[in-house]
Design a protein around this ligand. Sequence first.
Ligand SMILES: [Zn+2]
Length: 73
Amino acid sequence: MSWLPPYPGDGHAWMDGECMLYCRMAGRVLAVGFVKTPAGEGRMYACGECLHELACLAMKEIQAQDWADLAAR
Ligand SMILES: [Zn+2]
């Protein structure tokens, strides 16, 4: 199974805005979910490059959990 992170032109609802992840740059962003803070809940937006970085971090976490599960058997 291959898994590609979102990227502009992939059919998702990209829009102009500011990336709220690592780069904080203005450009094409995608709504990626909500964040809860003590002040309330707000929608999060991220650019393709930061989503790729986030996807890589998530894959590392998934792989680490897989190894932990295998070691526990
Ligand atoms: Zn970004």
